[in-house]
Design a protein around this ligand. Structure first.
Ligand code: RFL
Ligand code: PHB
Length: 394
């Protein structure tokens, strides 16, 4: 079946879904294809922290009804190390900036519901996706829909929002891309637990057994992470072992970690990756398709949203005879991407125990942590990076 749209969007994660909405508000048609089912996309446990700029973006796009009711505004985080838990006060250090705890699953549910209510073309559970003719002004998107019908969509531009393992980045001739990559020699075991959080704000803990993070999803659901080995087998971590290790790494006299049933358990590798440029002809990459950060800085989702806030007006320009914002798209995004890449690497290497690390490395980490909580300049640097920098305006 041959059809036509203005922008073909590959991938129904936060980047692709928000892009289709932002384009619709500019009167631009799109077709979004996603290999997973709607249920799968809405249940996949991932990020939880939105920067102020991301919240403002969703609000301005008319997508924040539930976020404003259910999002939990946090004015800081705790850094725990060497037997102490110290607060970093974002509001005080940055002139009032905060972050909002609102799960990526909820952002995705809100976006899908809104696109469907607005009559948006979203196709879930597609197969055999391909992109072609990217260096012409009529690129093509091909896929087979859930009913088995093959489609060929002629587009004015294609947005590759298909994550790190997608098809769009590999569709760019290899010689035209430069990639920078770092794999970290550890992973995160994440759990979702049916128990009220034992803390009012997130705790990032440095411990000689490895890093731990206490986050949350709501006043009754906790989200916790443990540093584990690079190729760890999840079967090695029965629930009792997870709770015992979390209690050890967060342990402080007079404080108790509440435990409850574990609802979800998964292991995530840790990687930094940047590929540039984020454009080839009429293909534009956004979000994890172009860059990955380790989750310690809570940046991945925010970067994905920030990319498409730049991409929507760039595509609008391209479709209406103004090539300049599209020409600047990659360079504009990469500045934020590299800042977040550095911050995420800094948080990660300061807080994790590197296998084989000697006592000198441990002492250097502890010194950096003590400096971060005791110097106003150092704490402000953490606070302004964590809460994020202003978004490029449409
Ligand atoms: P996504 O969400 O991976 O969506 C890509 C979509 O593309 C689909 N797809 C295809 N569709 C069609 N055809 C194909 N050939 C396709 N191939 C793939 C996939 O099924 C998928 O639905 O990318 P997007 O939209 O760029 O969003 C990026 C974010 O999901 C990611 O950066 C964050 O989750 C990272 N992250 C965090 N980010 C934050 O900002 N704050 C956090 O607190 C935070 N915590 C985290 C995180 C990621 C984690 N994991 C699991 C990697 C915590 C964890 C544990
Ligand atoms: C989460 O709540 O899932 C979360 C929070 C902060 C991070 C990473 C993940 O740095």
């Amino acid at each position: 079946m041959g059809t036509r749209t203005q922008v073909g969007i590959v991938g129904g994660g936060p980047a692709g879904l928000l892009l289709s909405h932002l384009l619709a508000r500019r009167g631009i048609d799109s077709v979004l294809i996603e290999i997973r089912s709607r249920e799968y996309c809405e249940a996949r446990q991932r990020a939880g922290v939105l920067e102020d700029g991301s919240v403002a973006l969703l609000r301005e796009a008319g997508l924040a009804d539930r976020l404003d009711r259910q999002g939990l505004v946090h004015g800081g985080i705790y850094l725990q190390f060497d037997g102490q838990r110290r607060h970093i006060d974002f509001r005080e250090l940055t002139g009032g900036r905060t972050v909002t705890v609102y799960a990526q699953t909820e952002v995705v549910k809100d976006l899908i519901a809104r696109r469907l209510a607005d009559g948006g073309a979203l196709e879930f559970s597609v197969t055999d996706t391909a992109v072609d003719d990217l260096d012409t002004d009529r690129p093509v998107l091909r896929y087979t829909d859930a009913a088995g019908n093959r489609h060929e969509v002629a587009c004015d531009a294609i947005a590759g929002c298909d994550g790190f393992h997608g098809i769009c980045r590999p569709a760019i001739p290899p010689g035209l891309l430069t990639a920078w990559e770092r794999d970290y020699p550890y992973a995160w075991l994440g759990i979702l637990a049916d128990v009220p959080p034992s803390t009012d704000e997130l705790i990032y803990a440095h411990h000689q057994n490895g890093f731990a993070l206490h986050s949350l999803r709501s006043p009754t659901i906790s989200r916790l992470y443990l540093q584990v080995e690079h190729n760890e087998d999840i079967a090695a971590w029965p629930d009792e072992r997870i709770w015992a290790e979390l209690a050890r790494r967060f342990g402080l006299p007079g404080w108790t970690l509440q435990q409850g049933p574990i609802l979800d358990k998964s292991i995530t590798p840790m990687r930094s990756f940047v590929s540039a440029p984020m454009r080839f002809g009429r293909l534009f990459l956004a979000g994890d398709a172009a860059h990955i950060v380790p989750p310690t800085g809570a940046k991945g989702l925010n970067l994905a949203l920030a990319d498409v806030a730049v991409l929507a007006p760039a595509l609008d320009g391209l479709l209406h005879g103004n090539d300049k914002p599209a020409a600047e798209y990659s360079a504009t995004c990469l500045q934020r991407v590299w800042r977040s890449t550095h911050f995420s690497w800094w948080m990660t290497t300061m807080l994790h125990r590197r296998p084989g690390a000697d006592e000198m490395e441990m002492q250097l980490q502890l010194s950096q942590l003590r400096y971060t909580v005791s110097s106003r300049a150092a704490a402000t640097s953490l606070a302004e990076n964590y809460t994020g920098f202003p978004l490029t305006k449409e």
